[in-house]
Each structure stands twice: as structure tokens, then as C-alpha cells.
Design a protein around this ligand. Structure first.
Ligand code: S3P
Length: 183
């Protein structure tokens, strides 16, 4: 298993999909798991339930996803949400699980340009709040054991990840004991 962390627009889904294809692993997007669990789209979760409830579902789904990975010995590339790795305890939780985390890092200008044209991100309100949130989260992303520049084309980013030997080094050697996933 491998986790992709990074801010909104860093390419977690695009790169994760390509990377999983190259590895012949399954791709899992935590945002999709959250939407399925809540039965709502992400903007609706924020509107109707609020961000604290969103974070709770996010943490539950992260734990449940890891639980399945370990229970069924699955090989997956997991794209986290933009805020997942910045939540208190998340870096420690993934480290304790032995899951390699790659921070997809791009300059904030690149992230902004990518997010400007996309809808469905409740935490993308305006440029200044986007920059503030990015700056607040940087110290969390910096805790990831691997950092890859994701401002270039996705195929090149995937090639860079594969050339680092992260998969062979961290592959399926994770050793976490997680609580039983919620049904
Ligand atoms: C969020 C990022 C989103 C999604 C939710 C909250 C964040 O994921 O989880 O809107 O806190 O930055 P993406 O980074 O995949 O857009």
C-alpha cells in the first residue's frame, strides 16, 4: 500500500490512478469512500453536516480502508483528501501502520491555477484563504517521508515515484493492527 498526500490540486487522484495502473494495484480515492459512507457528495457533507462531521467520516474511512488492506492483504494506491494528512494524529497513525506516504508538492500558484477551474471543493473559497490554508498545512505535509514535485506532467511524476524505489522498499510490509473496520 502507498498513500498520496498533498493539497487540493496537487494531482493525488490523477497521479494515483496512473500509478496504480502501472503497478497493477487498485486505486482508492478516500474522497469517494467518504461520499459513499455519507451517501452525500462532499459539498453537501460540508453544507448539511459541517466540517467537523466531515473530518470524523474522513478519519473513520481512513481507518476502515487500512483495516481492509491489512485484513485482505490488498495492494492499493490510496489518494487521501487534501486535508486528511493535516489532521491531528494522521501522520503518526500512518507512520505507525508502516504505510509509505508521498507528499505531492507543487507551488501554490500551480495549485491555485488547477483549482480555479474546478468546482466541488468547499474549502476553495478565494485565493487568499487558499494561500493561508496551504501555508497552515505545509508543516504537516513536510512530515511525509517522501516528497515528489507534482507540478509537471502526471506521467513524469509517476515515473519519478517509480524510480525512487518507494514501492519496493515499503510495498506490503506494513504491520499495523487496526480496529475492525466499521461495517
Ligand atoms: C479537502 C480537500 C478535498 C476533500 C474536501 C476537503 C481539504 O480533497 O477531501 O473537499 O480539506 O483540503 P481534494 O484534495 O482531493 O480536493
Amino acid at each position: 500500500m502507498l498513500c498520496l498526500a498533498g493539497f487540493m490540486g496537487s494531482g493525488k487522484t490523477t497521479i494515483g490512478t496512473l500509478l496504480a495502473r502501472q503497478l497493477a494495484w487498485r486505486f482508492v480515492d478516500l474522497d469517494d469512500r467518504i461520499e459513499e459512507a455519507a451517501g452525500l457528495r462532499i459539498p453537501e457533507i460540508f453544507e448539511r453536516l459541517g466540517e467537523p462531521a466531515f473530518r470524523q467520516i474522513e478519519a473513520d474511512q481512513l481507518r476502515a480502508t487500512l483495516g481492509r488492506v491489512f485484513e485482505f492483504n490488498e495492494s492499493i494506491v490510496l489518494a487521501l483528501g487534501g486535508g486528511t494528512y493535516a489532521q491531528i494524529g494522521a501522520p503518526e497513525f500512518l507512520r505507525a501502520a508502516g504505510v509509505p506516504v508521498i507528499w505531492l508538492d507543487s507551488p501554490v500558484e500551480v495549485l491555485l491555477a488547477r483549482c480555479m477551474t474546478m468546482t466541488g471543493r468547499p474549502l476553495f473559497r478565494d485565493e487568499s484563504s487558499f494561500r493561508v490554508l496551504h501555508a497552515q498545512r505545509l508543516p504537516s505535509y513536510q512530515q511525509a517521508e517522501h516528497r515528489v514535485d507534482s507540478s509537471g506532467d502526471p506521467a513524469g511524476v509517476v515515473a519519478e515515484i517509480l524510480s525512487r524505489g518507494i514501492v519496493a522498499a515499503g510495498g506490503n510490509e506494513a504491520h499495523l493492527i487496526v480496529e475492525k473496520p466499521q461495517p
